[in-house]
Design a binder for this molecule. Sequence first.
Ligand SMILES: Cc1cc2nc3c(=O)[nH]c(=O)nc-3n(C[C@H](O)[C@H](O)[C@H](O)COP(=O)(O)OP(=O)(O)OC[C@H]3O[C@@H](n4cnc5c(N)ncnc54)[C@H](O)[C@@H]3O)c2cc1C
Length: 390
Amino acid sequence: MTIVNAIIIGAGASGLFAAAEEGRRGLFVVVLERTATIGNKIRVSGGGRCNFTNLNVTADNYISGNPSFCKSALAGFTPYDFIQMVESYGVRYYEKEQGQLFCRASSGEIIAMLRKRCEEAGVRIISNTKVHDISKRGDVFVTTTDNGTFHSKSLVIATGGISYPQLGATPFGYRIAGQFGLNVKPTHPALVPLVFNSEDGANLTMLAGISIEAAVSCNGRVFRGGVLFTQRGLSGPPILQASSYWRAGDYISINLFPDANAYEFLLSRRKHKQELYNILEFPKNFARRWCELNSYMKPINQYNEKELKEIADNLQHWRLWPAKTEGYKRAEAVTGGVDTEELSSKTMEAKSVKGLYFTGEVVDVTGQLGGYNLHWAWASGYACGRHMQP
Ligand SMILES: Cc1cc2nc3c(=O)[nH]c(=O)nc-3n(C[C@H](O)[C@H](O)[C@H](O)COP(=O)(O)OP(=O)(O)OC[C@H]3O[C@@H](n4cnc5c(N)ncnc54)[C@H](O)[C@@H]3O)c2cc1C
């Protein structure tokens, strides 16, 4: 019976990254992946160009039961460490906006880089291998798959979150955490479009395809960018961001005047004889529909100051109560997962189970939109890979 140093379950961003680090330290590492291919989420990430990190990574960009948990791993592996790595493998990249770094050619280059690093480090990757069960006999982990049984001193669960099950995601990591007595925080879809309630659906689907620059708030967080109206609800960067903080029954507030005082704007035009919707500097269909729904269908010079104040307030705090999110199938991430209280922030090892590690999205650390989730996958994988006991 061969006992390898580490079995890593999941050949996604975090599993591959941890594997290469462990292999480089001379550990004998085997990665088991249930699908036929590796790095499936990396391939589709960033619209096929992989937003692989963000220059502005800080702990504030993450949602977690313990917001400080990610600090140690983020300090141990920074965006500049990853940039140095991609440069040394000849991957060309560019900054899109707000520190977001994307591949120039395609996300396949990041997958190729990870594969090469694993090869160089002697890591064995076995795909088409679904792990069914784990047990621990003495100090040895026994991993049972549909492709044989594996024995290891350490076990890394890098099975990701449960979003996009079509790409291989499973709740397996949560089940294993539970089996070893570790707490798992409830999960929710994150970075996901929101679905209108039935009334808004009837009123607003005609706006599908229109995008409005706005600031969207939800539960105390504010995000700026283009709000996109769809057939079923709302999408676009600030909506995806807000969705990570949204829970059933909550409202979102849309500020349609994110850079100006709406009341001063209206006052400056109050002598005009045009309809209000012709004054508002939005796409015409949107301006008209918004005014119709709020019964503001008069020329602006027919409103008194009190009414203009109310209109301005509505423009800057337009509240909508979504019915739900589009769910895990369309979520780029999940909130919740293996409770950080159960893990060492330095090594990602379970405090109560020697040799058992959790890295990446399976852990209760969720990044905002902008390359933060992949950066967490690298940083947590690196922490595990660097500190794992041989
Ligand atoms: C459409 C989309 C776009 C995204 N774009 C970005 C982006 O541009 N930037 C960014 O930072 N983040 C992005 N993300 C999020 C990011 O891809 C994930 O957070 C990251 O890939 C998580 O890495 P991971 O290694 O933890 O898990 P994953 O990459 O999900 O890897 C987990 C692996 O485990 C395997 N697995 C699961 N169960 C088993 C089992 N029982 N046996 C064997 N194998 C198993 C799965 O098949 C999978 O390959 C995007 C996500 C999606 C869905």
